[in-house]
Design a protein around this ligand. Structure first.
Ligand SMILES: Cc1ncc(COP(=O)(O)O)c(C=O)c1O
Length: 340
């Protein structure tokens, strides 16, 4: 099976499982889990932040960040295709009572002017704009990487207007690898940063939220309120720690495989894709003469698995379970499907 449905499908390797088996654990709600403490310190260090807190999922780290930055009735700004808005089951409204205001963008990236135009003036009739969220890489934008100058402009404009700025950095690792810079160069533009270990890094579970010590202390309270306090979770955090130390550098392999896949797709009659759009591990493409459902069903039968992004677009994601030779086989499968 060639599984290109997502980078979340990765399974722990024997080495990662061994690290998990050997992990020292304790009650993390009491602060007693040494593996989680190590992981949180290491994440804070890598991102250049004062502190970090481990949580079960990227949805929880994003939503705890939003709850920590806002009060019910406040408004947050985010790009129209943001995961926080699209894929987190309305949690911002349900758990924080905050309103989302969407900013138009290009493949997940927006400009400081468009953001500034969406900030509410002070007026009793309006919600208070409190927070702007950025997603890097932009998932629905096809793994697009934010240029650093744009991040700097958005941060400056946010802070000048009294807003906090949060990064959904589920794939900050891919952005940093693609730009060949340390993650802290991206994280420095944000008041809070959410990162995931269970995507391209290949750990089975978990995410972390990083920021100032005061912010993280408050976030720990909301983690508890949202039901995310865990006990001897060092068992899973050990997988995350292993992934952090061993699987960041190899992300360029996934990026190279994504480019091979995109270039190969571009040569297949009926497939529409611009290979230059593929900067990291996510490939979005469309096709003529076949629906997404038909192509997916055909590919499934041949042993390649992808998912629809929407009714006319397919999304494929390279990951550590898929080798270059499997990418070439997957291309054969697409070719067969388009010729059938
Ligand atoms: C950009 C982005 N943010 C957040 C998440 C949420 O992560 P989780 O599935 O761990 O809740 C995802 C998951 O795919 C994601 O792609």
């Amino acid at each position: 099976m060639i599984d290109l449905r997502s980078d979340t499908v990765t399974l722990p390797t024997p080495e990662m499982r061994e690290a998990m088996y050997q992990a020292f654990v304790g009650d993390d709600v009491f602060g007693d889990d040494p593996t989680i403490n190590n992981l949180e310190e290491r994440v804070a260090e890598i991102l250049g932040k004062e502190a970090a807190v481990y949580m079960p999922s990227g949805t929880m780290t994003n939503q705890v960040a939003i709850r920590t930055h806002t009060e019910p009735g406040d408004e947050i700004l985010l790009e129209q295709s943001a995961h926080v808005y699209f894929n987190e089951a309305g949690a911002t409204a349900a758990l924080s009572g905050a309103i989302c205001r969407l900013i138009p963008g290009d493949r997940g990236v927006f400009g400081a002017e468009d953001m500034e135009a969406a900030i509410r003036p002070v007026n009793d009739h309006y919600p208070r704009t409190k927070l702007v969220c950025v997603e890097n890489t932009a998932n629905r934008g096809g793994g697009k990487v934010w240029p650093l100058e744009k991040l700097a402009e958005v941060k400056k404009t946010a802070h000048e207007n009294g807003l906090k700025i949060h990064l959904d950095g589920a794939r900050i690792w891919n952005a940093a690898a693609a730009m060949n810079i340390p993650e802290s160069e991206i994280a420095k533009h944000f008041d809070s940063v959410s990162v995931c270990f269970s995507k391209g890094l290949g750990a089975p579970v978990g995410s972390a939220l990083a920021g100032s010590s005061d912010f993280i202390m408050e976030a720990r309270r909301f983690r508890k309120q949202f039901g995310g306090g865990m006990r001897q979770a060092g068992i899973i955090a050990a997988g995350a720690l292993y992934a952090l130390e061993n699987n960041r550098e190899r992300l360029t392999v996934d990026h190279d495989n994504a480019k091979i896949f995109a270039k190969g797709l571009a040569e297949i009659n009926g497939i529409e894709i611009n290979p230059d759009d593929v900067e990291t591990n996510i490939i979005n493409f469309r096709m003529q003469g076949m629906t997404t459902d038909e192509l997916i069903e055909n590919l499934n039968k041949q042993g390649t698995h992808v998912l629809p992004k929407d009714s006319i677009t397919i999304r494929a994601v390279t990951n550590l379970m898929v080798s270059e030779s499997q990418i070439n086989i997957a291309l054969d499968h697409v070719r067969n499907a388009m010729n059938s």
